[in-house]
Design a protein around this ligand. Structure first.
Ligand code: IPE
Ligand code: MG
Length: 237
C-alpha cells in the first residue's frame, strides 16, 4: 500500500491525511476482497524500516492503527474474517498492540477468509529469526539438517500456515519489493500499479486480478508442459 504521502502532498494536505485516506481504503478493499471470495489478503501496513520516518508520522500511524482496530474488529467478526499478523507486533506501542491482540483473539476461529497485516515486518529480519530458531532446534536435537527442505524451513517464518502469495500488487508506481515476503514471493506474479493507494479502487483490484488470470505460471517448466494439450482436430468426411 504505497503512495499515501504523495496523494496528500499533491492536494496540499499533510502526509497524515493521506494515511487517513489510506486506512479508509483498507476498509473498502477488504470488503471487495470478501465479495470476490479471496481467501487471503495480505496488507503491508508498516515495515521494520518505517520506524526511520519522523517520530510524528510514526506516532500518527500507530494512532491510526489503533483507531482502525477499535472501529473495525466488530466488522471483521460480523464478516467472519480472521485477522493475522506477520512481523514483530510485540515491538509496537502498548495501545495498538492491545487492540491487535484483541482483534486476533476474537477472529481466530474463522477459517474461510484471512486478512494478514504485515506490521513491523521485514523479510530479512524474518529470515534471520527463522535461521536462529532453526539452528536452536538443531542444537537441541529437534531438527536434523540432513532432512531440511523448503516446507520444513518455511515453518520457521512468520507466515507459517499461510500459503505463498499468488499475486503481489504494489501501488504508486514504485518497482521494488522493499523487503516484503522475499522468500514467499519466489513464484508470485507481480502487478505494478501507478495509482496511489488511497485511490486504488475496486475496479483497479479487479483489473489486477484479470491481468493475473492471463499469466502463465510455469514454475520452471516449459509452456508446453503446463498448458493443456490442444485437442486433435476432428476430421469430417
Ligand atoms: C504508504 O504510503 C503507507 C506506509 C508505508 C505506512 P507512503 O507514506 O509510503 O506514501 P509515499 O510513498 O510517501 O507517497
Ligand atoms: Mg512510500
Amino acid at each position: 500500500m504505497d503512495g499515501n504521502g504523495r496523494w496528500a502532498r499533491e492536494r496540499g494536505l499533510p502526509r497524515i491525511e493521506g494515511h487517513r485516506q489510506g486506512v479508509e481504503n483498507v476498509r473498502r478493499i477488504v470488503e471487495v476482497a470478501r465479495e470476490l471470495n479471496l481467501p487471503y489478503l495480505t496488507l503491508y501496513a508498516f515495515s521494520a524500516e518505517n520506524w526511520r520516518r519522523p517520530a510524528e508520522e510514526v506516532g500518527a500511524l500507530m494512532g491510526l492503527l489503533e483507531i482502525f482496530l477499535e472501529r473495525y474488529t466488530r466488522e471483521l467478526e460480523q464478516n467472519e474474517v480472521r485477522l493475522r499478523v506477520i512481523g514483530r507486533p510485540d515491538k509496537l506501542p502498548e495501545r495498538p498492540r492491545a487492540c491487535l491482540d484483541r482483534a486476533i483473539a476474537r477472529t481466530a476461529h474463522f477459517t474461510e477468509r484471512t486478512i494478514v497485516l504485515a506490521l513491523n515486518y521485514g523479510s530479512r529480519q524474518e529470515t534471520l529469526e527463522a535461521v536462529r530458531a532453526y539452528t536452536e532446534a538443531v542444537r537441541t536435537g529437534r531438527e536434523n539438517p540432513a532432512e531440511l527442505d523448503w516446507p520444513r524451513f518455511a515453518r520457521y517464518l512468520y507466515t507459517d500456515g499461510l500459503p505463498d502469495p499468488d499475486l503481489i500488487i504494489r501501488t504508486s508506481g514504485e518497482n521494488r519489493l522493499s523487503n516484503f515476503l522475499l522468500l514467499q514471493a519466489a513464484y508470485a506474479e507481480m502487478y505494478l500499479s501507478p495509482v496511489y493507494w488511497p485511490d486504488f479502487s475496486r475496479a483497479h483490484l479487479v483489473e489486477a486480478i484479470e491481468a493475473y488470470k492471463l499469466r502463465e505460471r510455469r514454475y520452471g517448466q516449459t509452456g508446453e508442459q503446463v498448458r493443456p494439450p490442444t485437442p486433435e482436430p476432428v476430421l469430417h468426411k
